[in-house]
Write a protein that binds this ligand. Structure first.
Ligand code: PLP
Length: 432
């Protein structure tokens, strides 16, 4: 059994001549799972359709934005209605105001915000704000957390627990990487020790409150509260990067789910409904320091783009449907429980982590709570499983280190079809 993907193959050959890896963002190239990516023709609801006419149940959802499913009629309609009046104005528009009010309502910790064009731009702006507002230079991040491709985030831990960071990519200056300290996720003591040593120099600590870029890892009980207390005690700003978790794990994001108030929040993905959008925001006394109210500079030619705002607002409106998150959570549980059962029946060691509309599947029999745990899983098993699922019309993220996403367009029968596919994929992947 093998899908016909000849048109995708031809496009990929052409793409490789013009784009590094044939793609405009690395993970799309399928390098870690092997093989070649398929090219999308269109998408609707729970499904992606490729240029060869194959249909896939999609658990990537454009890497997060499509919580309401692809091409949702009300989102498409909002975009169509908006775009006939012009694509960009370069002066303020009413949709930006509506977006600001909506975000402040959904996330009370960010009564003021600034719209930008990507998650990367949001996190870069957030750490500039943290540094500008505190007059300090150090940033703390976590091993395995991803905050976009900004220089200050492409940093790995130095050799000792308390050493300064090292560049994770050529092109990141070592003196800049020095200003980013890296902690192991979910390690209470390491955070305490680091703040005891450097607390007075730390401008901000940035974290994915539920980590979704090292597969899916949940914070231990009390961990986010611990970080909140450390930041408060040492005068550092707590930055929740909710680019992924914002409106995916609850109507008010991870901060609502865990009852923690960050100083600054970054958003993206869902708030653009599939258009390129990001945002950062926080307390008024902080946000008033951004230009032109204050001296900290940040700007964007296309920021607050009307078509993007329309797509985002229409998507955010769908979150108010009664039972929206309950249904997502039930479906995620149905999926994860089903995958665990299918694996057990096939004699394969698998565990899952989940939070509302995101989940992680790990080829291990241990609980996964850190980057080290995630990297200890059987990656080759995942890669075989990935291809087995793809052949059966289920598209999982093409890397063992990415979370899976559900959308409200998925039905119980989509979930059950996925579990059925997994039964076959587990069997094939582990037949010797
Ligand atoms: C996707 C992501 C980003 C980067 O967003 P882009 O729009 O890809 O620049 C930042 N932080 C988190 C947590 C993300 O998941």
């Amino acid at each position: 059994m093998s899908l016909d993907t000849s048109r995708s193959h031809d496009l990929f050959q052409r793409a490789r001549q013009f784009m590094p890896g044939g793609v405009n963002s690395p993970v799309r190239a399928f390098k870690s799972v092997g093989g070649e990516p398929f090219f999308a023709q269109r998408a609707e609801g729970a499904y992606l359709y490729d240029v060869d006419g194959n249909r896939y149940i999609d658990y990537v959802g454009s890497w997060g934005p499509m919580i309401a499913g692809h091409a949702h009629p009300s989102v498409i309609e909002a975009v169509q209605k908006t775009l006939v009046d012009g694509l960009s104005f370069g002066v303020p528009n009413a949709l930006e105001v509506a977006m600001g009010e909506r975000l402040a309502e959904l996330m009370p910790s960010m009564p003021m915000q600034r719209m930008v064009n990507s998650g990367t731009e949001a996190t870069l702006s957030a750490i500039r704000l943290a540094r500008g507002a505190t007059g300090r230079t150090l940033i703390v991040k976590f091993e395995g957390c991803y905050h976009g491709h900004g220089d200050s985030f492409l940093v790995k831990a130095g050799s000792g627990a308390l050493t300064f960071g090292q560049p994770n990519s050529p092109g990141v200056p070592a003196p800049l990487a020095d200003l980013t300290l890296t902690l192991p996720y979910n390690d209470f003591d390491a955070a305490t020790t680091l703040f005891d040593a450097h607390g007075g120099e730390i401008a901000g600590l940035i974290i994915e409150p539920i980590a979704g870029n090292m597969n899916c890892i949940l914070p231990k009980d009390g961990y986010l509260q611990h970080l909140r207390e450390l930041c408060t005690k040492h005068g550092a700003l707590l930055i929740f990067d909710e680019v992924m978790t914002g409106f995916r794990v609850s109507r008010g994001g991870a901060q609502q789910r865990y009852g923690i108030t960050p100083d600054i929040t970054t958003l993206g993905k869902i708030i653009g409904g599939g258009m390129p959008v990001g945002a950062y925001g926080g307390r008024e006394d902080l946000m008033r320091q951004i230009a032109p109210d204050g001296p900290i500079y940040q700007a964007g030619t296309l920021s607050g783009n009307p078509v993007a705002m329309a797509a985002g607002l229409a998507t955010l409106a769908l979150l108010d449907e009664p039972g929206f998150y309950e249904r997502l959570e039930q479906n995620t549980n149905r999926l994860c429980d089903g995958l665990e059962t299918a694996a057990r029946d096939a004699g394969v060691a698998v565990t899952t982590n989940r939070s509302c509309a995101m989940f992680g599947l790990f080829f291990t029999d241990k609980k996964v709570e850190s980057f080290a745990d995630a990297t200890a899983c059987d990656i080759n098993a995942f890669n075989r499983f990935f291809h087995g699922m793809l052949q059966r019309g289920v598209y999982l993220a093409p890397s063992a280190y990415e979370a899976g996403f559900l959308s409200s367009a998925m039905s119980e029968s989509d979930i059950d079809a996925t579990i059925e596919a997994a039964r076959g994929a587990f069997r094939d992947a582990f037949a010797d």
